[in-house]
Design a protein around this ligand. Structure first.
Ligand code: ADP
Length: 432
């Protein structure tokens, strides 16, 4: 492949402006020499004229080097400038290179998208108007030390970015370095969200524990005081205290189960278990509750074993939560169906689907996406009256996820709700 090589000459390695001055001086010198040779001009005069021309030709070039202006950056070695620009463009996070005054020299596409007000050759201070950022920029310029600030973006969704301003020396054409600043943005939104979730979780858990605790200490006071000798009231209060203590125990139990499942979320269970007896055990265990709520549980389960890679205890918890919810919230339907089917997933791999269906009031569509959030309830009073903790479906989702499965929730208000847990089907070990 042919590459156009620049034509080489005596002046080629010289900087542009100096080259022009040298050509002018050479031409003037030749012309004056001719005049002196032909006796048209005295040697002294010719020397004086040459001096004036030399001063006129060289002073602007000198001035250009002395005056510090924003054009300095245009004096950056073209090869290095291209490399700097390529590095800034190639950075995965939004990145902007600023000159020592805070003017934008290069910015990558991510930065242009994040802050469209940032434009080349314009001051970043005007584009990013936050006082915190302006102070950080000013300090980075003054101290030549790294400074950090927070950049908040609200469109299209709230995002928190950490902005780091790092002073970087960029080599210039004339052998020195120009103090530039590299401004990079780092998305802190996921960390921030986790932090918010953690704070919400602690607040919710304390609130959930404090409510039954307050009821318990209230009843203890009453039993020690006004109801001391009232045998009937004592009996009633002890019953309520028992229910509140059970609720606290259940909440702690659910919290511990949730944290255990979360801790092992990355480890997929590898023991092969037959899921059918697990479901039967859950249904049998909840028969008394079904009788109490006057609900019939119909099962449609196969006889042969259906194997999945699973954790038996976690699967028991999962189905217990789904069937118990159906009995508690869907009791008015009078019937709950628990069935197992085998089908192909969207990706074409065989999966086992366990469906728990009730015919109660169902769930309004706006609640469906949030049902598996911790402490989320459609009706807090109803959930508490049923002894609920608001953690059941969150636990179900975590267990399904750990088993690399899916949880589907469908509901038609007034017609009931269907919860389907899907698991990848395991192949029976050879020889069985
Ligand atoms: P809870 O301990 O309150 O039962 P869950 O996480 O198990 O907590 O359920 C969250 C909420 O989802 C419940 O409070 C209830 O409002 C709603 N819900 C769960 N299952 C059903 C169902 N089968 N029918 C109607 N609503 C349900």
């Amino acid at each position: 492949m042919a590459i156009d090589a620049p034509s080489e000459s005596f002046f080629s390695p010289w900087p542009d402006r100096l080259r022009h001055s040298a050509i002018i001086l050479l031409t003037a010198g030749l012309a004056l020499a001719v005049l002196v040779v032909f006796g048209e001009l005295g040697l002294l005069r010719a020397a004086a004229v040459f001096g004036c021309i030399a001063a006129a030709a060289l002073v602007p070039w000198r001035l250009h080097n002395v005056i510090v202006s924003r054009d300095d950056i245009r004096g950056v070695n073209p090869v290095e400038s291209a490399a700097v620009s390529a590095i800034v463009s190639g950075m995965p996070d939004p990145a902007v290179l600023l000159d020592r005054a805070g003017r934008v020299i290069h910015l990558n596409a991510a930065a242009a998208q994040l802050a469209p007000a940032l434009r080349r050759n314009e001051l970043a201070q005007f584009a990013l108007r936050s006082p915190e950022i302006i102070t950080a920029l000013r300090e980075a310029i003054a101290t030549a030390e790294t400074r950090r600030a927070t950049y908040l973006d609200h469109v299209p969704v709230d995002r928190w970015m950490e902005l780091i301003i790092t002073p970087v020396p960029v080599p210039t054409l004339f052998g020195g370095t120009d103090k530039c600043m590299l401004m990079t943005f780092h998305d802190q939104t996921p960390l921030r969200r986790v932090e918010e979730m953690r704070a919400d979780f602690v607040a919710n858990a304390s609130h959930e524990l404090r409510t039954p605790l307050a009821a318990l200490s209230g009843f203890i006071d009453t039993l020690q005081g006004p109801a001391k000798d009232d045998a009937k009231a004592r009996e009633r209060f002890l019953g309520i205290m028992h229910a509140q203590a059970t609720r606290m125990a259940r909440l702690i139990d659910d919290l511990l189960s949730l944290s255990r499942v979360e801790l092992s979320a990355h480890v997929r269970p590898d023991t092969l278990v037959d899921i059918v007896p697990i479901i039967r055990q859950v249904v049998d265990g909840l028969e008394p509750l079904a009788r109490e709520r006057q609900v019939a549980i119909d099962t449609d389960l196969p006889d042969p074993p259906v194997l999945i890679a699973g954790d038996r205890e976690e699967l028991l918890r999962l189905f217990e939560n789904l069937v118990e919810n159906a009995l508690k919230y869907g009791a008015s339907g009078g019937k709950v169906i628990v069935s197992l089917s085998q089908a192909l997933s969207g990706e074409g791999s065989p999966e086992v689907r366990v469906m728990v269906r009730d015919f109660g009031p169902g769930i309004a569509p706006e609640h469906l996406p949030r049902l598996t959030e911790r402490f989320y309830r459609v009706d807090v009073g109803d959930s508490r009256a049923q002894g609920g903790t608001g953690l059941g479906l969150s636990l179900v989702k975590h267990i399904v996820n750990r088993h690399r499965g899916r949880l589907l929730i469908e509901s038609v208000p007034k017609k009931g709700a269907t919860f389907t847990a899907c698991f990848p089907q395991a192949r029976a070990p050879s020889g069985t």
